[in-house]
Design a protein around this ligand. Structure first.
Ligand code: ZN
Length: 141
C-alpha cells in the first residue's frame, strides 16, 4: 500500500476532529460518536460529526457537505476519529470511500493500519477497482 508521511498538520487535523466531536457529544446521547476533519486543496479545514438516526449520515459526508457548501470542491486530506477506534481513528465505511472517490479521487485518508499505526494513504488504495463515472460524466452501467 502506498503511504505518505504523517505530518504535524495531519496530527492537527486529528485534534480538530476530536475538538469537533467534543462539541457535539451530549452525555447519555450516542447520536454523535465520530468526528471528522477535512482539509481542502485551498488549505482550509472543515469538520463534521455523524448524525445518527434511522437514515443517518457519516461524519465524512457532513464534512464534505460543509466544504462544498462553502464553494470548496477539491479535497486534500480527510481523517475521522472515534475514541474506541484503533489509534483513536475511524476507518471510512464503504459508502464514504465511494463518495470520496467520486468527489475527489486524489484525496488522501489518514487512518490506522492493521498494527494500529497511524498511516496516510490514497483513497484509491482503499477502494481498488472503484466504480467511476465515464469521462463524459455519464454513469457507467
Ligand atoms: Zn461512512
Amino acid at each position: 500500500m502506498r503511504t505518505y508521511d504523517v505530518t504535524e498538520e495531519d496530527r492537527l487535523m486529528i485534534k480538530k476532529a476530536y475538538d469537533t466531536l467534543a462539541k457535539a457529544r451530549v452525555e447519555g446521547n450516542f447520536f454523535h460518536t465520530v468526528g471528522c476533519c477535512l482539509k481542502t486543496r485551498q488549505g482550509n479545514f472543515y469538520t463534521g460529526v455523524n448524525c445518527d438516526c434511522i437514515h443517518g449520515s457519516c461524519a465524512e459526508f457532513i464534512a464534505v457537505g460543509n466544504a462544498v457548501s462553502c464553494g470548496e470542491h477539491e479535497l486534500d486530506t480527510i481523517v475521522s476519529v472515534h475514541p474506541d477506534g484503533p489509534a483513536g481513528l475511524f476507518s471510512p465505511c464503504g459508502n464514504c470511500r465511494q463518495m470520496l472517490m467520486e468527489y475527489s479521487p486524489e484525496v488522501k485518508v489518514i487512518l490506522a493500519d492493521e498494527k494500529g499505526e497511524i498511516i496516510k494513504t490514497d483513497i484509491r488504495e482503499l477502494l481498488p477497482l472503484a466504480w467511476t463515472r465515464l469521462p463524459t460524466g455519464d454513469l457507467m452501467h
